[in-house]
Design a protein around this ligand. Structure first.
Ligand SMILES: [Zn+2]
Length: 316
């Protein structure tokens, strides 16, 4: 029994036909149209119909950034696309031959890691996706946590610094401002300005026209450049403190880190673990979680959306 997963990203839309073991059977990819709601819907409809054609696909899951309602039908808000209180599920279901659910993209990715990736041996997992921002997903007692209104597990907007840096969400001091790819660039730029251990960061920055790209900071960290490692230590220090608070609330067996920034592996996990242990409440009196890197990376959104759709279809 197959299901279809669609992942609407800021730059591209990915679609896949996925089997019950989480394996992608066929896939499609297309650029995201600029802010055009109708064009976007048509692309998603065409993708679902093309992927479903001639198969036993039972449902389609559509992952999108932003807030989705508790019935997985309405997109309350999504950045980059002009969807505000958009009844997306009804709009899509009238044009495709399978039931549809809508899911937050970080939730879909987290579910994929829980079912088929780095969290598959756990019952309780927290995933933090470190990209431009910080995405979150929580699996508790083998169930994806959505909250009472469907907008739960926005872990990136947990306040970690009172009266801290302003955040795009309208609040301030969110972990997204201290533990994201943008924060990493900020730390690296400050180190580059100071010279010393930041000299290679400064050299790379001037070669890139004055801009430090995340992938360049990661490449330097993988070469054990002391400046880049220091930037990752600063990032990990904040993320580890956030994980200590999350651990006190959720008691997961595993923290999974996804997103491009996490691809440096232990160079990020080591400082996270260190900060976690130094700030963990009641350390030594309860089992400690594992810290691991996500395994599915770019496919997590489509695989998770498809699996959640399959679970939904089975319950109809
Ligand atoms: Zn925020």
């Amino acid at each position: 029994m197959h299901a279809i997963g669609i992942d609407i990203g800021g730059t591209k839309i990915a679609g896949a036909l996925v089997d019950e073991s989480g394996t992608i059977v066929s896939q499609l990819r297309t650029p995201t149209p600029d802010g055009d709601s109708d064009a976007l819907k048509s692309i998603v409809v065409d993708m679902i119909n093309e992927l479903a054609d001639g198969t036993d696909a039972v449902a389609a899951g559509v992952a999108a950034p932003g807030f989705i309602d508790a019935t997985q039908s309405i997109v309350y808000y999504t950045p980059n696309v002009p969807w505000r209180h958009e009844p997306l599920r009804t709009a899509l279901e009238s044009r495709v031959g399978v039931p549809v659910i809508i899911e937050n993209d970080a939730n879909a990715a987290g579910w994929a890691e829980f079912r088929f990736g780095a969290g598959r041996l756990s019952t309780d997992m927290v995933m933090l996706t470190i990209g431009t921002g910080v995405g979150g997903a929580v699996v508790s007692d083998a169930t994806l946590f959505r909250g009472g209104f469907g907008a739960g597990a926005e872990l990136g907007h947990m306040r970690i610094v009172p009266n801290g840096l302003p955040c795009g969400c309208g609040a301030n001091g969110c972990i997204e401002q201290y533990g994201s790819g943008r924060a990493l660039q900020r730390y690296a730029n400050t180190l580059a300005d100071a010279g010393g251990i930041g000299q290679r960061l400064a050299d790379v920055r001037s070669k890139s026209g004055g801009h430090l790209h995340g992938k360049d900071i990661s490449a330097l960290a993988l070469e054990d450049d002391p400046g880049a490692l220091q930037a990752f230590r600063q990032l990990g220090d904040w993320l580890g403190q956030a994980c200590a608070s999350l651990d006190a609330i959720l008691d997961p067996q595993v923290f999974v880190f996804g997103g491009g920034v996490a691809q440096v592996g232990d160079r990020l996990l080591a400082p996270i673990r260190q900060a976690f242990l130094s700030t963990l409440p009641a350390r030594g009196y309860h089992p400690e979680p594992e810290f691991v890197i996500a395994e599915l990376v770019n496919d997590a959104g489509v695989v998770g959306a498809a699996d959640l759709a399959r679970v939904h279809a089975a319950a109809i």
